[in-house]
Design a protein around this ligand. Structure first.
Ligand code: NAD
Length: 314
């Protein structure tokens, strides 16, 4: 395993992080025992960064991760979130933030959260996030319940604005630094130079860059989904898989401290961990970029209209 410093937090995190959304059955039913095996195998392989949220499986992911980490809590850097509790269920108020961390501490069977993050800021009022949510989280940091605080979300421009307005410790961006879309370095890169720890999540574009059909809820535009089987076929022709190339691309990135991958099985975890330290074939990456060119920069938006990225603002 390779490790990098997560910005000014000083935490040394594995370049491959464990995303616990699948533990909450967000990618289909996952057996709890298989999930626990994946957690333990990840620790064995040197993974030390674990990310969950009350939203994943509507608390199921936190419950399961808490049970799986019993007796091993001190071996990992544990991240969770607040403010998002359901598909359309959000509460960015200071009171909810304070209650939320206590609930998460209980479910995760611990007395501190290493990284406490606002979940999907694009669903909130930007001013409230900056003036109420984050200051309440900073107080929790001062109380010792949270060691560091951060923000998460999809629109990279909004993440950047909020990080410019409030000195967060970390920024988690997803589906913006992978084979399909790669504007994280340009938009969020300058934050890293200021000591903000950058986290890249969903390196396989929430499962789109795999051999399986997308989840029914997958929000990417159809044109983006349509290009993926062609990328998968091209990778097979080159004697590899789209999952392998996707993970090689993400894990080799110097722009972020860690990449959060979600796995459904121990086998997937081992496949992904095997790509640490590997480099994707540059000729294959160039051929993939050609396939992706017609949908270059295409993303989606689900939050408040005023938080839409410039390409979708209208
Ligand atoms: P991902 O893009 O890696 O997609 C996961 C999907 O790909 C799952 O269906 C998994 O089974 C499949 N997969 C992974 N490796 C595979 C392999 N080797 N072979 C076949 N299939 C494979 O990641 P993700 O789960 O979308 O995101 C990772 C984590 O990042 C989440 O679990 C969560 O912790 C975090 N995240 C956070 C936010 C946020 O805070 N707003 C958003 C997205 C993700």
């Amino acid at each position: 395993m390779e490790y990098r410093t997560l910005g000014r937090t000083g935490l040394e995190v594995s370049v491959l992080g464990f995303g616990a959304a699948p533990l909450g059955n967000e990618y289909g039913d996952m057996d709890e025992a298989e999930g626990a095996r994946a957690v333990h195998r990840a620790i064995e392989l040197g993974v030390n960064f674990f990310d969950t949220a009350p939203y994943y499986g509507r608390t199921l992911s936190e419950e399961r991760l808490g049970r799986a980490l019993e007796g091993r809590r001190d071996e990992v850097v544990l991240a969770t979130k607040c403010a998002r509790y359901d598909v359309r269920g959000f509460d960015f108020s200071a009171d909810r933030v304070r209650a939320s961390i206590d609930e998460s501490l209980r479910r995760l069977r611990t007395d501190r959260i290493d990284l406490f993050q606002v979940h999907d800021i694009e669903f909130g009022d930007e001013r409230q996030v900056v003036e109420e949510t984050l200051p309440a989280m900073r107080e929790l940091q001062e109380s010792g319940k949270a060691r560091f605080i951060g923000i998460t979300g999809l629109p990279v421009h909004m993440l950047r604005r909020v990080a410019d307005a409030f000195p967060v410790d970390t920024v988690l961006s997803y589906a913006h630094h992978d084979l399909l879309l790669d504007d994280l370095p340009e938009v969020l890169g300058p934050l890293r130079e200021r000591g903000v720890g950058l986290i890249n999540a969903s390196p396989l574009h929430l499962g789109l860059l795999t051999e399986s059909p997308p989840q029914p809820w997958h929000p990417a535009p159809q044109a983006v989904k349509d290009v993926c089987p062609r990328i998968a076929a091209l990778c097979r022709e080159h004697g590899t898989t789209v999952m392998e190339v996707g993970m090689q691309f993400a894990l080799a990135s110097e722009h972020v401290a860690t990449t959060l991958s979600g796995v459904g099985t121990v086998e997937q975890l081992e496949m992904n961990a095997a790509t640490v330290g590997q480099r994707a074939d540059p000729a294959l990456l160039a051929a993939i970029a050609e396939l992706v060119a017609p949908v270059a920069g295409v993303t989606w938006h689900e939050g408040r209209p005023e938080n839409a990225p410039p390409s979708l603002a209208g």
